[in-house]
Write a protein that binds this ligand. Structure first.
Ligand code: MOS
Length: 756
C-alpha cells in the first residue's frame, strides 16, 4: 500500500507501553489486590473423577485459627443451579464429576489459615464408575455421564474465538456420552475417494494441552451488602462478558456488577470467568471481600485445557496432485460439559484447500475430566497437524514438491470453507509464495530435516468504541474498554499519534472497567486490534477536528491550512506560526461560548472478518539413538495485513510459534485410568523452556484486509496453528518416518524410527 509509506509512526516498531511496569514489578495483577477485611479463599477440590459426596465435616476446619467460614454449595446464592459449563460452576452439589471439581471453599484471614482449613476438612466420597477417556465413553456399555442429557448452556463466553459453523445435526436421541454429532459436506466425497488415483490416509492423535499462562487464575470480589453491588478485580480477557455472566448466575442486574480487568499474565482463551462466579457468590454469602487465587497445581486441575482429538483423515487426489476428496472423522474428548470445537475444526479442515468433495464427521464426547476449553486458535493445531501431515505425505507419494502441491490446491478468497461459506479476503497463496522464496526452503537439501506446514484462522471482530481527549498538558488520553493481553495498547498509541500528529510518548491508553470504559469485545478470536483500532482512529480524528477548529481561531488561519506535527498545530508552509495542542486544549477548556473541551468519540463495527494465514518452515535434528528432536531453525511467515506496530506483531508470532512447538514436541496433560491427573505441576507438564526452543524468524506479509484499520488483520492466533505439523514434516524429512501422535516426544519418535 503506497499510503503506508506516508505513516510517521504507524508501521514503525516501538517498544511495549507497559513493559516497564511489568519488568519493574509495578504492574498490578488481580492477586495483588488487597482490600480491608478481605478473606482469603482456598478450594477443596474433588479427589475423585466421579463420586457421590456422602458427608462434609467442617468442625475441625472451622476450629483452625483464622478460619472465618467454610462454604459448600448450599451456602451460596447459586444453590440449586445446575452448572452447564466450567464457567457456570461454583461448588459441587452432592456429586462430583471430575478430579479437581471445587467442592468447598474455606475463607480465612490469611491464605495459610485457609490452607490449614482445607487440610482439616473431612469430605467423604462414595466413588462411582464412569468413563475418563473418549474411547471408554464411546463404548455402548459405558455408564452415561448425563443420563437425562447434558446440561445446556444458555450463554457461551468462549464464542469470541470461532466463527459459529453450521452442519447437519446428527445427534443421537438415546442417552449417550456423545453430546453432539455433526456432518459437514459438499459434493460426493466417498465416491470421489473411491475414484481417486492416489489416496493417503492416517489417524492423527493429539493430547490435552493446557494454555500454560504464567499467571494462574485470580480474582478479588468486593461487595456492598447495602446496595447489593459487586466489584470484581480479575484476570480476564473480557470484562463485559464476565459482568453479564456473573450477574445472570447470581440473579443480579448487570448494573449491580462492576468488573475491573487487571493486568493479565496470559489468558490464551482460558480467562473468561472461571473463578468469578464463585468469588462473587462467596462475597455475597459472607458480606466480606474475598480473594481466590489458584496455585499451579490447582490451575491444572480445575480449569479448561484444550481437548484431545483423534482425527481420521483420507485425502484423494489425481496423479498430477489435484485434490479430489477429503473424508474425515473428528472425535473430541470434551470432558464433563459440552464443548464444541468440531464446527470450527471442520470449517478449517475443509477450507484450507480447494477440494470439491468433502465429508467431515464430528463426534463430540463427554468424559469424567475437566471441561475442555478454548486455547489460542481453538481446534486449529489439531486439524492442522492432520491435514498438513497428510498433504506432506501426499507430496511424497506423488513425488512432487510439498510447497508446489499446496500452491496448486490452496484456497483463496471466495473459495468455500469447510462449512461452505466463502472465505473473506485471505492470503494463503501469498504466504506460500513467501515461503518458496525463503532461503531456508529454497536452498534446502533433501533429508536435511526441513518441514513446511500452513495454517490459518478466521479471526474475529466485534463493534467497539473509544474516547480520545486532549489535556492541557498536551497529553492525548485514549479511553478503551478492551483488555491488553498481547500488546494492542502499544499499537493504539501509534494510531492516535499518527492521526493527531503527536509523538507516541505523548499518548496514554486508559483502560476502563465495565463502568468507565466504552464497550469493546473480549480479547479473544484475534479481534481486538482489528475491532478497536478503528474506533481509536475515529476518536482521534474527531479530537483532531476539534483541535484544528480552535487552533484556526488562535492562529488566525483557515482550518484547511493547518497541520499538526510533533504535538504543535502549525500553518502549512509557515513553520514559525505554531501553537502546542496543550495550549489549544487550555483555550477549549476556558473559552466561554466556545466549542468546549477537546473530547472525541469514535466507533467502529467491521463488516467482515479478515483471516490470517501462515506458512511455517522448521528445521530439526533427530537423534536416532534417543528419538530426541531438536528444533534448529524456525521461520514463521504470516499474512498480517498491515503491522501497526511490527515489534508487537513479531512478539505475537514468536509466542504463538513457541506454543506450537510445545504442542508438537512437549506438552500433554496425562490422566490415569481413574481420572487422576498425573501432570499437575510444571515438573510434570512440560512447557518448553527457552533452551528447548529455536530462535524464531518472523516474516511479515502485508496483504491488506479490506475492512481492517489501515489494512490490519488479526495476528494472535494464526501463529500457533502450523508448528506441530511443520515439525512432523521435518521429522519425516530427516528420518523417513511419519509420526501420527502429539506430542512427538523422544519415546514416540524412537518407537516410530524402530518400527515399534
Ligand atoms: Mo480465544 S482462544 O481467547 O482467542
Amino acid at each position: 500500500m503506497s499510503e503506508t509509506t506516508l505513516h510517521r509512526y504507524l508501521g514503525q516498531a516501538r517498544k511495549s507501553v507497559d513493559g516497564i511496569d511489568k519488568v519493574t514489578g509495578r504492574a498490578r495483577y488481580a492477586g495483588d489486590v488487597n482490600l480491608p477485611g478481605m478473606l482469603h479463599g482456598k478450594l477443596a477440590l474433588s479427589m475423585h473423577a466421579h463420586a457421590r459426596i456422602t458427608g462434609i465435616d467442617a468442625t475441625a476446619a472451622r476450629a483452625v485459627p483464622g478460619v472465618v467460614a467454610v462454604l459448600t454449595a448450599a451456602d451460596l446464592p447459586t444453590r440449586g443451579r445446575q452448572p452447564s459449563s466450567r464457567q457456570t460452576t461454583t461448588l459441587a452439589d452432592g456429586v462430583v464429576r471430575y478430579r479437581g471439581e471445587p467442592v468447598a471453599l474455606v475463607l480465612a484471614t490469611s491464605l495459610a489459615a485457609a490452607e490449614d482449613g482445607v487440610a482439616a476438612l473431612q469430605i467423604d466420597y462414595e466413588p462411582l464408575p464412569g468413563p475418563v477417556t473418549a474411547t471408554a465413553a464411546l463404548d455402548p456399555a459405558a455408564p452415561v455421564i448425563w443420563p437425562q442429557g447434558a446440561p445446556k448452556s444458555d450463554t457461551d463466553l468462549t464464542a469470541a474465538h470461532a466463527a459459529v459453523a453450521r452442519g447437519d445435526d446428527r445427534a443421537e436421541h438415546k442417552a449417550s456420552n456423545i453430546h453432539e454429532r455433526k456432518r459437514f459436506s459438499r459434493g460426493d466425497a466417498l465416491a470421489a475417494l473411491a475414484a481417486a488415483e492416489v489416496v493417503v490416509e492416517g489417524t492423527y492423535r493429539t493430547a490435552i494441552v493446557h494454555q500454560g499462562y504464567l499467571e494462574p487464575h485470580a480474582v478479588v470480589a468486593d461487595v456492598d451488602p447495602v446496595r447489593k453491588q459487586l466489584t470484581l478485580y480479575t484476570s480476564t480477557q473480557g470484562q463485559f462478558g464476565v459482568r453479564d455472566e456473573v450477574a445472570r448466575l447470581l440473579g443480579l442486574r448487570p448494573s449491580q456488577v462492576t468488573v475491573v480487568p487487571m493486568t493479565v499474565g496470559g489468558g490464551f482463551g482460558a480467562k473468561y470467568g472461571i473463578l468469578e462466579p464463585l468469588a462473587a457468590a462467596a462475597a455475597l454469602a459472607t458480606s466480606r471481600p474475598v480473594r481466590i487465587t489458584l496455585d499451579r497445581s490447582e490451575d491444572f486441575l480445575t480449569t479448561t485445557p484444550s481437548p484431545a482429538s483423534t482425527i481420521t483423515l483420507k485425502l484423494g487426489a489425481t496423479r498430477d496432485g489435484t485434490l479430489t476428496a477429503l473424508v474425515a472423522e473428528i472425535v473430541n474428548d470434551n470432558g464433563v460439559y459440552p464443548f464444541t470445537l468440531g464446527g470450527i475444526m471442520s470449517t478449517l479442515l475443509g477450507g484450507y484447500y480447494r477440494c470439491p468433495n468433502v465429508q467431515i464427521d464430528v463426534i463430540e464426547v463427554l468424559t469424567h475430566k475437566p471441561q475442555a476449553g478454548a486455547y489460542r486458535a481453538p481446534g486449529a493445531p489439531q486439524i492442522t497437524f492432520a491435514i498438513e501431515s497428510a498433504m506432506d505425505e501426499l507430496a511424497h507419494q506423488l513425488g512432487v514438491d510439498p510447497l508446489e502441491l499446496r500452491l496448486r490446491n490452496s484456497a483463496t478468497t471466495g473459495d468455500p470453507m469447510g462449512n461452505n461459506d466463502p472465505w473473506p479476503s485471505m492470503g494463503l497463496t501469498k504466504v506460500l509464495e513467501a515461503a518458496a522464496n525463503h532461503p531456508l526452503w529454497r536452498e534446502r537439501a533433501p533429508g536435511s530435516g526441513i518441514g513446511l506446514a500452513i495454517g490459518g484462522w478466521p479471526c474475529g471482530m466485534s463493534p467497539a468504541a473509544a474516547v480520545c481527549r486532549v489535556d492541557t498538558d498536551g497529553v492525548v488520553r485514549v479511553h478503551v474498554g478492551s483488555v491488553d493481553i498481547s500488546g494492542v495498547n502499544s499499537s493504539f498509541v501509534l494510531v492516535a499519534a499518527e492521526i493527531l500528529g503527536v509523538p507516541p510518548e505523548q499518548v496514554e491508553i486508559v483502560a476502563g472497567d465495565t463502568r468507565s470504559g466504552p464497550f469493546a469485545g473480549p480479547s479473544g478470536g484475534s479481534q481486538i486490534t482489528y475491532s478497536v483500532a478503528g474506533a481509536v482512529a475515529a476518536a482521534a480524528r474527531e479530537a483532531r477536528r476539534q483541535l484544528l477548529e480552535i487552533a484556526a481561531d488562535m492562529l488566525e488561519a483557515r482550518i484547511d491550512d493547518l497541520d499538526i506535527r510533533d504535538g504543535m498545530v502549525q500553518i502549512r508552509g509557515v513553520p514559525s506560526r505554531t501553537v502546542p495542542i496543550g495550549e489549544v486544549a487550555k483555550r477549549a477548556e476556558e473559552q466561554a461560548g466556545g466549542p468546549g473541551p477537546i473530547v472525541g468519540d469514535g466507533r467502529a463495527a467491521p463488516a467482515e472478518n479478515a483471516p490470517g494465514f501462515v506458512a511455517h518452515i522448521v528445521q530439526v535434528a533427530v537423534d536416532p539413538e534417543t528419538g530426541r528432536v531438536k528444533p534448529l531453525r524456525y521461520v514463521a511467515i504470516q499474512d498480517v495485513g498491515f503491522a501497526l506496530n511490527p515489534l508487537m506483531v513479531e512478539g505475537q508470532i514468536h509466542g504463538g510459534a513457541a506454543q506450537g512447538v510445545g504442542w508438537g514436541l512437549y506438552e500433554a496433560l496425562r490422566y490415569d485410568e481413574r481420572g487422576e491427573l498425573l501432570t499437575a505441576s510444571l515438573m510434570d507438564y512440560t512447557l518448553p523452556r527457552a533452551a528447548d526452543l529455536p530462535s524464531f524468524e518472523a516474516v511479515l506479509v502485508h496483504n491488506p484486509a479490506p475492512n481492517g484499520p489501515f489494512g490490519a488483520r488479526g495476528v494472535g492466533e494464526p501463529p500457533i496453528t502450523a508448528g506441530a505439523a511443520a515439525i512432523a514434516n521435518a521429522i519425516r524429512d530427516a528420518t523417513g518416518v511419519r509420526i501420527y501422535e502429539l506430542p512427538m516426544r523422544d519415546e514416540v519418535v524412537w518407537r516410530a524410527i524402530h518400527g515399534l
